[in-house]
Every structure is written in C-alpha cells, then in structure tokens.
Write a protein that binds this ligand. Structure first.
Ligand SMILES: Cc1ncc(COP(=O)(O)O)c(C=O)c1O
Length: 444
C-alpha cells in the first residue's frame, strides 16, 4: 500500500524535481518511472519488467538488489550510520581501502574516497597539481583532456572534458591552463571494428605536439577514459594507450585513467588498466565500486605519488576531502560488492561472454541507418545515421520504443550504448538484440 501511495504521488506531481541531464518538459509529459529492480530487470510503474541493457547507468555490474550487498548496508546502517573522516576514522573505510589496494594493478596502492565520479575526477586533478608542488615542480599546472571525453560535471571535470554543451553553459568558469588531445573516433577507417580498432595509435603523438607548444615543464597531467563511454563507446585504437603512456613517461607527465565506467569488470578484467596492460599514475573510479547501491567514488594513486606527500613535516598533507569520504554505508556496500564480484567470478564471466556479445552486437549490421557497430568487453555501441536536421531524434525514438517493449538502453546523440550487468545470460543478450533490431527497423 505504501508503495502504491508513493507511486501515485510520484506520477501526479513531477513538477518539483529538476531532473539531471533530462529534457524535463518532454519527460514530464510522458514519464518513464521505475519502481523496483531485481537482478537483470527493472519494474516499471505499470508492473512491466524492463530488461536492463545498461546496468542502470553503467554501474550495477553485479545486477540489482543483490542480497549480500543490501544486507551489508542494512547491518552497517544499524551499527554505525556515520563517522567523521577528518582527523577521525572508522575501520570499514580502512578495510575497504586495503581490499581495493590488493586488487589494483602494479603499484597503484593508495585510495582516496569521494562520493561520485565527478568528485573522484576533481580530486585526481587536484592530487596531480599538488603532487608536482610536493615534488619540486610547481610550474607543472597544465591539465590535458581529450575531445569527446566525459569526466563528470565538476568545474575540473568539464574543463578537461570534451563535450561542448557541457562546457558552453559554464564557459566563464572553466579552468585555464587546459588543453585537449583529439579524440580517436574514425569511422572512415575503423567502422565495424570488433574490439580495438586497427588505426589511430599515432593520435597519441598529438601529445608530443602539445608538449612542444606548452613545454613539458608546464604540464601536470593527461586524463583520458581508456574507453570513452558517455560520448558513445569509443574504443582505443591498438597501441594508442601504450603510446600515451610512453610519451607521459618521457616528459614526466602524470597519466590519469578515468575508469568510472571501465572499472570493476566492464571489460572482463578488474580494470581497463589491466585489460590493456597499461598502468596509469592515478585512476578514478565510482559506479561499480558499490554496485551503485550507495554513492561512492575513489582515486587510486601509485605508491610514489602518495609517498611524495608524506615526506614533509607532520601535518595535513592534502587540503581536500568530503564530509562523506569513506562513508560507512558506502564502504560496507563496497566491501560486500567486491566480495560478490570475486565469489561469483563476475569479471571472468564477462570475459567469457564477450565473444557472444560481440557477435550479437555485430548481428545488427545492415539494419536501417546503422553506420557503425563496435564492442569491447560487455560494452556495445551502435551508431546511427542522424535524421537530416534533427540530430539525436532517431536514437531517442529507438530508446523510447525499446523501453515500451521492455528494454532499457542508453542513447547519446545518435549512438546507442549497451552495457548490461555482468550477470547477463545469453538469452538476455538475444532479447536485447531482437528488441533493439525491431526498434531500429521501426525508426527507419
Ligand atoms: C568516465 C566518467 N567519468 C566521470 C563520470 C561522472 O560520474 P558521476 O556521474 O558519478 O559524477 C562519469 C559518469 O558517467 C563517467 O562516465
């Protein structure tokens, strides 16, 4: 009864909520509301089951409402709801950091907690700047992002980000001392790639040009998503990330991987760093860190970076932190989440399913207006020809059609992005491709 009453209130009064990244008026005319979730499915207000083709927003990697995680959150909420994290601590955050550290590649072994991907990114950029100060190179203040990069919505994140609408409204507040690499998306040469595209490693050399332009002594860090998610599944060309790493090493520039989407199994490995065999100096994560149950983000840093801060006299080493850094509920959720990933071997499961997933995505070839299909791990991108004069309209229509037929997909511009929970079964994959294929035909 309580749920039904709440449902009524929700459906009848949508006005007060200013929805994020949403066409508010369009949505409120014909809302799509979800009221329940279990494993691979959501439940809509009308009771329909909706297959989750996007793991929520690339975040519910172990599937929805998994009992070990919900139980851990409930128990922690009853035991200790909150503890201050400044000059105080609580064991669960320390335990979670230690467990994360053990699963990280290379000497990435220290963890700073935030509450979202955006906060993790701004934290990482700040650590990069502060590191060079601590390391006697205070002129290194420039940050390099990449076109079509998404690094959340903080002022740091949108400054290094490469999505023009996200920047334009706030142009007056963007950070100075920022430059961008070109993106790697090249449909002419790489359309219909399976996994990493063949062409484009040399685009990393654009970093050499920025070094020539600005001088290495002014550059603090480069931040990239190993696989760009939010701008439509841009898979790095073979050799690209390796080259970026080598150029950063040559010039003493820190390399930051934003693994908010790729972290925690999305590619069939713990992290993209591991999948590609390229170790960044800092890594940002969020989303899958708690299976999206309690908001949390984190920055992972390499040993030498942490140690550079620990050399001076005793005192606060980094003037940064959040009230909820390492929140007990998030830390408890995170501990249960990574245990569940390990108990069910979900990352290996994703890797094992990836070839089937790849074939399923590429089976959409030839459908109306499909101009590219790409995939990596359990991620798929379906790029559509935009309608003349109406960018994004076709993909939006496909999105609504799929939802009405029981499938949640994500669209960005005219690109459909799929990223199911890692517990997805082959029958679910078939259903996704069938439903999406039908919607593509209807939107022709
Ligand atoms: C690569 C990347 N970085 C940062 C973010 C921002 O995360 P949040 O929305 O939790 O702030 C996202 C969100 O999708 C992301 O994909």
């Amino acid at each position: 009864m309580a749920d039904a009453a709440r449902l009524d209130a929700e459906t009848n009064n949508l006005d007060a909520l200013w929805m994020p990244f949403t066409a508010n008026r369009q949505f409120k005319r014909k809302p799509r509301l979800l009221v329940g979730a279990k494993d691979m499915h959501y439940t809509a207000t009308d009771g329909r089951r909706i297959l989750d083709g996007t793991a929520g927003l690339w975040c519910v990697n172990a599937g929805h409402c998994r009992e070990p995680i919900t139980k851990a959150i409930q128990e922690q909420a009853a035991r200790m709801d909150f503890a201050p994290g400044f000059q105080m601590g609580h064991p669960v955050a320390f335990e979670f950091a230690a467990k994360l550290s053990a699963m990280l590649p290379g000497d990435l072994d220290h963890v700073f907690f935030a509450n979202s991907g955006s906060e993790a990114v701004d934290t990482a950029l700040k650590i990069a700047l502060a590191y060079h100060q601590a390391n006697g190179q205070p002129t290194r203040t420039r940050l390099i992002g990449r076109a079509r990069g998404y690094h959340g919505v903080g002022f740091g994140g949108i400054s290094v980000g490469g999505i023009s609408p996200n920047r334009k409204q706030f142009a007056a507040g963007l950070l100075g001392h920022v430059d961008h690499l070109p993106h790697t998306h090249d449909l002419q040469r790489n359309a219909y790639s399976r996994g990493q595209p063949e062409f484009g490693a040399q685009l990393a050399d654009e970093l050499e040009k920025l070094v020539q332009l600005h001088d290495a002594s002014t550059i603090a860090a480069v931040i990239v998503e190993p696989v760009a998610g939010s701008t439509g599944v841009l898979v790095p060309p073979k050799g690209y990330l390796e080259r970026l790493r080598a150029i950063c090493d040559k010039h003493g520039i820190l390399l930051i991987f934003d693994e908010v989407i790729t972290g925690f199994g999305r590619l069939g490995a713990s992290f993209a760093a591991e999948y590609f065999g390229v170790l960044p100096d800092l890594m940002t994560v969020a989303k899958g860190i708690t299976n999206a149950t309690v908001p949390m983000g984190a920055v992972f840093v390499r040993k030498g970076i942490y140690e550079a801060f620990m050399k001076g006299p005793d005192g606060i080493e980094l003037f940064h932190g959040y009230t909820y850094s390492g929140h007990p509920l998030a830390a408890a959720a995170g501990l249960a989440t990574i245990k569940l990933y390990q108990d069910e071997d979900l990352f290996a499961r994703a890797a094992a399913l990836a070839p089937y997933w790849q074939d399923a995505i590429h089976s959409l070839r030839g459908l109306p207006n499909v101009i590219d299909l790409r995939n990596i791990g359990l991620v798929g991108g379906i790029e559509l020809e935009p309608r003349a004069g109406k960018p994004a309209a076709r993909a939006y229509e496909v999105f609504v059609d799929c939802f009405e037929r029981g499938l949640l997909i994500r669209v960005t511009g005219d690109i459909v992005a799929l990223s199911p929970p890692l517990i997805v079964e082959k029958t679910h994959v078939d259903q996704m491709v069938d439903t999406l294929g039908g919607a593509l035909k209807r939107a022709a």
